[in-house]
Design a protein around this ligand. Structure first.
Ligand SMILES: Cc1cc2nc3c(=O)[nH]c(=O)nc-3n(C[C@H](O)[C@H](O)[C@H](O)COP(=O)(O)OP(=O)(O)OC[C@H]3O[C@@H](n4cnc5c(N)ncnc54)[C@H](O)[C@@H]3O)c2cc1C
Length: 359
């Protein structure tokens, strides 16, 4: 394969899975002239479509280890990616800032120490008596919050992102084949990728970005890879109370570890749960309504106007995500039970560097 090193367009790459991770890998690799195809049988029903898109880079308090390094890399890459992707869809934006609030005094003290330790990270302390909280206190009557504002964290709308990546990949002639990969087999230094339709595609590189189902395409026992399904639920609340206007709130809030996104005067999204299951459980859904000391009237299950869930995969016995070379030309990029949107650029960067070691 060495002869091909300077001739990347002779190298065929098949990406299995067209969620945010599969599409991001295709976007990153499109810079190098590879011949790329994505395969997915049902990309509208994946966890990427269910995600809220909150990006918590700087607000992450553990400032060492692989997880922090991936966050740092993604925080550096996201503005560059947005710059390029906006040429294909100006609607794609990185909304900021993110408010992280708590009613727990001990947690607030920890947040304060954290902010003071990182004075250059555009983190701002919000004390209980701050004017910034007056509208929040009105909407969440009876609760006493304090917290921080992270001016560099925020949200990318996942659906707009997926749509933008689709447009971008189309202009770069990267095709998505609507089919399911049922088997991958190595033959003479190449990979035969068998589809449910019966077609067999051949490639030099296969990247598995198909979350929990990547286990079905590899010998997980020999590779010692374990993934568990983690279901996440989210709800949209719609109220009819004339005295409540969600637009008076910051757009992006994290209160007592629950994410909230204001949509308009009457609507707000709350998510998400962590359930080790394939089916949504009412017990966990209740958790989206029970995270405050005093529950405002509008925070009631009868006000649910929409609810949805997605299934992600969580590695067992090792940290998320799984970034591994499993064989010559076979790469695993999976196990994003959280933060798939946040970490997509950093992980795609890792994969593209790893591929260059394979060819
Ligand atoms: C309710 C909820 C809220 C979330 N909020 C956030 C958030 O705020 N911020 C954040 O960063 N992350 C969030 N996440 C997590 C985020 O959604 C995931 O980390 C991310 O979407 C994982 O992307 P993925 O591409 O790995 O998986 P997926 O989006 O699940 O994509 C995998 C794809 O592989 C395809 N596939 C599977 N098997 C095959 C096969 N054999 N052949 C072909 N195709 C196959 C599937 O059809 C699917 O389209 C949230 C998740 C949920 C559920």
């Amino acid at each position: 394969m060495n002869k091909l090193k300077n001739n990347f367009n002779a190298i065929r790459i098949i990406i299995v899975g067209s969620g945010i991770i599969g599409k991001s890998n295709a976007f990153e690799l499109s810079n190098y002239g590879f011949d790329i195809k994505i395969i997915d049988q049902d990309e509208k029903q994946n966890s990427s479509n269910a995600a809220l898109g909150i990006l918590m880079g700087k607000i992450y308090q553990k400032r060492k280890g692989r997880s922090w390094m991936l966050r740092q890399k993604s925080s550096e890459l996201w503005p560059k990616w947005i710059n390029i992707l906006q040429r294909y869809n100006p609607k794609l934006i990185f909304e900021k800032p993110l408010f992280k609030l708590t009613s727990d005094l001990e947690k607030f003290k920890k947040l304060t120490t954290f902010v003071n330790n990182y004075p250059n990270d555009e983190l701002e302390i919000v004390e209980a008596n701050s004017y910034i909280l007056s509208d929040i206190n009105k909407t969440f009557k009876g609760n006493k919050f304090q917290g921080i504002i992270s001016h560099q964290d925020g949200r990318i709308d996942p659906r707009i992102l997926l749509e933008t990546l689709n447009k971008t990949l189309k202009t770069k002639n990267i095709k998505t084949i609507n089919d399911q990969v049922i088997e991958i087999q190595k033959k003479l230094q190449k990979w035969n990728v068998k589809l449910k339709s019966g077609e067999v595609l051949t490639s030099e590189i296969v990247i598995l970005c198909n979350s929990i189902d990547s286990l079905k395409l590899i010998n997980a026992e020999i590779q010692k890879i374990k993934l568990k399904p983690v279901l996440g639920q989210a709800v949209e609340i719609c109220h009819e109370d004339k005295n409540i206007n969600f637009l008076s709130l910051p757009k992006l809030l994290n209160i007592n570890d629950k994410n909230l996104i204001t949509i308009n005067k009457e609507k707000i999204i709350i998510g998400s749960t962590d359930e080790y299951n394939f089916k949504p459980d009412e017990f966990y859904l209740n958790g989206l309504f029970e995270f405050l000391e005093q529950k405002p009237n509008w925070l009631d299950k009868k006000n649910i106007s929409r609810k949805w869930f997605g299934i992600r995969s969580r590695p067992e016995g090792e940290p998320s995500p799984l970034l591994k070379s499993l064989d010559q030309g076979l790469i695993l990029c999976s196990g994003f039970y959280k933060n798939g949107i946040l970490l997509a650029p950093a992980c795609s960067d890792w994969v593209s560097k790893e591929i260059k070691k394979h060819i």
